[in-house]
Write a protein that binds this ligand. Sequence first.
Ligand code: RIB
Length: 294
Amino acid sequence: MAKIAVIGSSSIDLVVSADKRPQAGETVLGNSFETVPGGKGANQAVAAARLGADVTMIGRVGDDNFGEIILENLKANGVNTKYMEPVTHTRSGTAHITLAEGDNSIVVVKGANDHTTPEYVKKAEAAIREADIVLVQLEIPMETVEFAAELCDKLGVPLLLNPAPARPISRELIERASFITPNEHEFKLLFDGEDRSEVLKRYPNKLIITEGKEGARFFDGEKEWLVPGISVPVVDTTGAGDTFNAAFAVQIANGKSVYEALEFANHTAALSVTKFGAQGGMPTAEEVKRSREG
Ligand code: RIB
């Protein structure tokens, strides 16, 4: 069984759906409001666990009701929460999401996630050392992401860096990661003005550029590939990137090639957007298998 450690954020997503996104200074009437578990780290942990991996999540929650819900949800999905300690007198992370005009817009308030410090991650070294692969994203302090990369490097554990949400990162961090998975927007921020194919060539079998329903692009050392995406009826794209990253990591941990892992990840992410909520549509390994056969 693939052993995965996720160092990252958790949150409660406060999701409003409306026909129209309000402009600055404008008020619009919405259609619905829901609260669901989210946060890029927790989403990736849950997605990997549903795909059958043995997952440990390393992060922080607040000592509020949201924190209890986040922990219960992770446990219900089979994620090990030993390293998900609550922070006293602190709110859990929240993401304020508007679903409108076929896409989402999100404001993240990091809350307790900011307490996922390098010292805290160091306490989870045993879980990191045992992992086949570690996943990290950018909703926790940058110094922690850098520390995680250094630690994985030292321990010889592969690191998948999902550079989301888009933030500038150091060259050293890019070099240290085993895999880096920007979307097109994040790619532009990281490699400003550079030619996409040239950058892909510089990072063979490492840099994966996700292009939504078009698929995922990488260079295998000889050839540039666009592994095609799957067309599905879209209900909610929130969490699709997280599902993709988790599915890719599980496949790599199971010894698949980058191409094979991307085919599986595209399929898994496509299934995830057919239901509401970041985690609502994340499929099990069995569901992915059935859908691929069907
Ligand atoms: O990647 C999707 C996630 O980003 C949402 O669940 C939300 O929490 C935001 O952090």
